[in-house]
Design a protein around this ligand. Structure first.
Ligand code: ATP
Length: 281
């Protein structure tokens, strides 16, 4: 399978300051990458270069097999971007906002209704956007970025600060797009959001990509290596964290045989813990 995007030795300097330092990675169809890192780490600078909004000092970015420096015109119609918080046309309706983009991309207007229904906005489609809540505007921005079905989507904090219902609508829709092969790159400081959406984590610190790894691998790498069992004891339901020693494994086996195990899972690290540890390393 060909990568959707390949970043090779990407570097950005502002005078003497190196904002992004020698970053390389590739992403394949359907992968969702969360770019994480502390404030000022270089995430926005990296995203801006990937979207073609800022020129790298050195290194290359290849998207859909094209070099972004020479073939941006071939790349841009096939990407979706939700980066600016509110660049919707406030006096136009939700429908009109999407219709403008449909005309721009040659997308049939018939795509608008199912998308707005999916985002729970269809009943308000004819109202000016200035009447919309923050959550509704964000859902509309994401709809607009996806109306032309781009294979690559860039997002900045897709649902942070939104209520759980708006967040869930957005997360479910993005997960559905990824399952259909859309590659997504997002930045977020919300670890719940990252956990919900990202199967890959790129951790940037002081301009360096210090980790680029599957979320599941990171969680077990940074986990405690213990097993949490919930079981029926003489006194009622009990929970214990056990080291995986031969004695403990034998005990778990016996509890299983006695049908007393209610739940058993390995203790993975949370993304917040991983973030903390990566910042300290
Ligand atoms: P945050 O999480 O706070 O948004 P970030 O990881 O997105 O941070 P960047 O905005 O990419 O970080 O900034 C990386 C570094 O580059 C910072 O030291 C920042 O001050 C610097 N920087 C960014 N843009 C410019 C610019 N236009 N001119 C000079 N320095 C810049």
């Amino acid at each position: 399978m060909e990568p959707i995007i390949t970043v090779n030795r990407l570097t950005k300097k502002y005078g003497d300051r190196i904002a992004v330092n020698d970053i390389s990675f590739s992403l394949y169809p359907g992968q969702v990458l969360g770019l994480l890192g502390p404030n000022g780490a270089g995430k926005t600078t990296t995203m801006r270069m990937l979207m073609g909004l800022s020129q790298p000092s050195s290194g290359s970015i290849t998207i859909f097999g094209h070099d972004i420096r020479t073939d941006a015109k071939l790349i841009h119609p096939r990407i979706g971007v939700v980066f600016e918080r509110s660049n919707l046309l406030e006096n136009l309706s939700a429908y009109q906002n999407l219709a403008l983009f449909c005309r721009l991309y040659g997308t049939p207007l018939s795509e608008i209704q199912p998308l707005l229904e999916r985002m729970d906005l269809w009943s308000r489609a004819q109202e000016p956007v200035k009447n919309f809540s923050k959550g509704m505007k964000q859902r509309l921005l994401i709809s607009r970025a996806l109306i032309h079905r781009p294979p690559l989507l860039f997002l900045d904090e897709p649902a942070s600060g939104l209520d759980p219902i708006s967040a869930k609508i957005i997360w479910d829709y993005l997960k559905e797009q990824a399952a259909h092969g859309t590659t997504i790159i997002l930045t977020s400081h919300d670890m719940v959001e990252v956990d919900e959406l990202c199967d890959m984590i790129g951790f940037i610190n002081q301009g360096h990509l210090i980790t680029f790894e599957r979320t599941s691998v990171l969680k077990s790498q940074y986990g405690q290596g213990t097993i949490r069992i919930t079981y029926q004891s003489e006194q009622g339901i009990a929970v214990e964290n056990l080291e995986p020693t031969p004695e403990n494994l034998q005990r778990i086996h016996s509890l299983y045989a006695e049908k007393r195990i209610i739940n058993l899972r390995s203790m993975e690290a949370s993304l917040a813990e991983i973030f903390q540890k990566l910042c300290e390393s």
